[in-house]
Design a protein around this ligand. Structure first.
Ligand code: C2E
Ligand code: CA
Ligand code: CA
Length: 687
């Protein structure tokens, strides 16, 4: 998997993009991006031209200085105004906002592309201008290039079409003696592969030339600008060419790269269709590569990759396989003419055994191993994507079985992949139409008061009828961005239900909503919530917002400021699932939480850990209310009381239920002298 870091203030670029070949991390600005790259190395960094804290060029320069090996890609709004972007660090440009498909064409072997090829200085440039004196001045400023000149469009076209080698860039005046309307630019773009740069003093030619295919625009007489722009245009063009080539072979190992491997699979599909043959795709994932990098450093990691690549390549040649390097520590082997599943497995087993010999890493030895997943065509997938997905899931199964082995794809794996794809599709349809969603409410109580709160929990009934739990569909909604409008739906419906319940019984004190970090990246979310709350004349303080720890939260400044903004408006934040996440105390320091919810996994341990008491007293000194969730038994209830927890939630108190059952539940709950023993765990109407 490639690792991509996307840096942009625009929340659209930071929606999670499902991607089968890259793991995407996002940052809202310079600071976060730099912080993230300190702990993890990225293959590709895609940044908006202007980002909070600086420009993309500053970011790239900093990362470059910090020894980042990433490929840098700039996102720009079209039409591309490339002339304003500095040259220097291997910039490629894609349209803004972030779109993985745009990045894909640059990303083939991104890891191995460090910076621009420095060859642009000997390039050939054609300068086209009716004013010969001006021509001369330009040529003088472009002294590092071999320049030719032309005074008319006609002459220039004749030169570009006959030049060998071809020109590397053409600088053309918008108005030429034989083309006063600027359309000469268009003609020039159509006549040459080289980047065309328009120069003019007439402002309207800027947009006009860019729209007509010019790579850049520069002011007449801006000689510094002209030189920088030509540099960038040439470097850009060379870079794109290099990247296209590199996408086909992996520079570090000399093996086939990711793009060609996919093309090879496609070719085999076509062949097999005609001849009715079977073939197999294997993914071999180097085990514990991260440990190698962490222990011996990245240089030794590179040695290991090169060595393993050689071994795989040699072994593949014995078993009639085509080897490839498809990502950092992931290899592929394509086996044509597979007789049976066992035949494929035996051949890959052989490759794995060949990898299994020790490699010298400086002073130490390390015996590498691979976990492999094998998928057969047509049995396990009929497209390139499906086959790779099946092989990938199978490789994961191999890892789970203890690594250093091959795992042949099974029907269950195929079924699981199909199901999750169907769920995802069906969910998107539901989310577009806003059908099939409903809300249930789970009560939260304390040991003494005669009031209760409700936590709104989302449910989805897919048209296929299978139950899909929120733990599955919410992450999918987050990934495809639908969580933002579904989240608004939750806000408006839950607040309406709450308002009605509260009107009927004021003991219904507070409503808790689960908020996803992605929702916080939507700049209008606070305003939306406020409008709904006001429309029911409710005080923000009766709305609690539950936030789950996530790495994103800590690094995303937009999410952070949304939390603060909502806090300042009077909403109460709860840190959900406390104790499961990655550095809990960090969150308490960084965010204005009013309470924290101890996760069910802690509450349900056989013996409630002693540190719960510590957490509670620590929280109390910080004026934080403590909630315990997932209380199912009397023992847990007692343990929480003992630990001085303030609020309780769980099946023992009440299961999530439709709004229409809440008041009945409350009547019944008040009637209980003590929380009822486990018998209250009968399924509610919800299930
Ligand atoms: P959560 O916020 O931690 O919600 C608590 C989950 O624990 C709920 O699962 C609830 O049904 C379950 N639960 C409560 N008491 C008990 C108990 O005593 N025993 C057991 N075994 N389970 C208990 P649910 O409803 O499946 O929700 C799962 C997660 O989905 C939630 O975890 C929350 O993170 C997310 N979620 C649910 N609704 C929404 C929503 O509207 N928006 C967002 N962003 N996330 C939501
Ligand atoms: Ca929650
Ligand atoms: Ca929780």
């Amino acid at each position: 998997m490639k690792k991509i870091l996307v840096v942009d203030f625009d929340a659209r670029s930071r929606l999670e993009t499902p991607c089968d070949w890259a793991e995407i991390t996002t940052a809202a600005g310079m600071q976060e991006a730099v912080a993230l790259t300190r702990t993890k190395s990225y293959d590709i960094v895609v940044a908006a031209a202007r980002i909070p804290g600086g420009s993309c060029v500053e970011l790239f320069t900093t990362l470059h200085r910090n020894d980042s090996k990433a490929r840098f890609i700039v996102m720009r709004n079209g039409p591309f105004d490339r002339d304003r972007i500095h040259s220097g660090h291997g910039l490629a440009i894609v349209p803004h906002p972030f779109n993985i498909d745009d990045v894909a064409i640059y990303a083939g072997n991104a890891r191995d592309v460090v910076s621009f090829p420095p060859t642009y200085k000997r390039s050939r440039v054609l300068v086209v201008d009716g004013d010969t004196l001006y021509q001369e001045l330009v040529v003088r400023h472009l002294a590092k290039y071999r320049c030719d000149t032309a005074a008319s469009l006609k002459e220039a076209i004749a030169m570009v079409t006959s030049a060998t080698p071809p020109y590397d860039a053409v600088l053309v005046a918008a108005q030429l003696p034989d083309s006063l309307d600027g359309l000469g630019i268009k003609t020039m773009v159509e006549s040459t592969e080289a980047p065309v740069i328009c120069s003019s003093n007439v402002a309207r030619f800027r947009a006009f030339s860019l729209q007509n295919g010019a790579q850049a625009y520069v002011e007449h007489n801006d000689f510094v600008g002209i030189s920088g722009t030509v540099d960038l245009a040439i470097a850009q063009a060379q870079h794109t060419k290099l990247l296209r080539e590199l996408a086909l072979t992996d520079a570090r190992t000399g093996l086939m790269g990711w793009t060609s491997f996919r093309a090879e699979i496609a070719k085999n599909i076509a062949n097999s269709e005609i001849h009715g043959t079977q073939f197999a795709v294997a993914i071999l994932d180097l085990d514990r590569f991260k440990a190698i990098n962490d222990t011996y450093g990245h240089d030794m990691g590179d040695v290991m990759i090169a060595e393993v690549a050689d071994r795989i390549s040699l072994a593949a040649s014995h078993i009639n396989g085509v080897p490839a390097r498809i990502a950092g520590d992931e290899f592929g082997v394509l086996l044509s003419n597979v007789r049976s599943a066992n035949d494929a497995k035996a051949r890959i087993d052989l490759v794995i055994s060949k990898v299994n010999k020790s490699v010298e890493l400086g002073l130490a030895d390390w015996t590498p191993s691979c976990s492999s997943g094998i998928a057969l065509y047509p049995e396990h997938g009929q497209s390139v994507k499906a086959l790779l997905e099946a092989a990938d899931h199978s490789a994961y199964a191999a890892k789970k079985q203890g690594r250093n082995r091959a795992y042949l794809c099974t029907n269950e794996i195929v079924q699981k992949i199909t199901q999750s794809r169907e769920v995802s599709k069906s969910l998107s349809v539901s989310a577009h139409a806003m059908t099939g969603f409903s809300l249930v409410y789970q009560p939260i109580v304390d040991f003494t008061t005669n009031r209760f709160s409700l936590e709104a929990l989302l449910r989805w009934d897919p048209p296929c009828g299978h139950k899909v739990p929120p733990d599955v569909f919410i992450p999918l909604l987050e990934r495809n961005g639908h969580i933002c409008h579904i989240g608004r739906w939750v806000v408006s419906h839950a607040i309406k239900d709450f308002w009605e319940l509260r009107k009927a019984d004021p003991a219904c004190d507070k409503l808790n909503l689960n908020i996803s970090v992605i929702q916080l990246m939507d700049a209008h979310f606070p305003e939306y919530l406020q409008t709904v709350v006001r429309s029911y004349q409710l005080a923000p303080s009766c709305i609690g917002l539950e936030l789950t720890e996530s790495e994103k939260l800590i690094v995303d400044t937009v999410a952070h400021s949304a939390v603060v903004e909502l806090h300042d408006m009077g909403y109460h934040w709860t840190l959900d699932d406390f104790g499961t996440g990655y550095a809990s105390v960090k969150y308490i320091e960084a965010f204005p939480f009013r309470s924290l919810k101890i996760d069910r996994s802690i509450v349900t341990q056989k013996k409630v850990p002693a540190y719960v008491k510590g957490i509670v007293s620590f929280s109390h000194t910080l004026n934080l209310t403590v909630v315990a969730e997932g209380i199912e038994t009397r023992e847990q209830w007692d343990a929480m009381k003992e630990a001085d927890v303030d609020l309780l939630q769980g099946y023992l108190i009440g299961r999530p239920m439709p709004a229409s059952e809440v008041l009945n539940w409350w009547q019944e709950y008040q009637g209980r002298s003590l929380p009822a023993p486990l018998t209250s765990l009968e399924p509610s109407t919800e299930s």
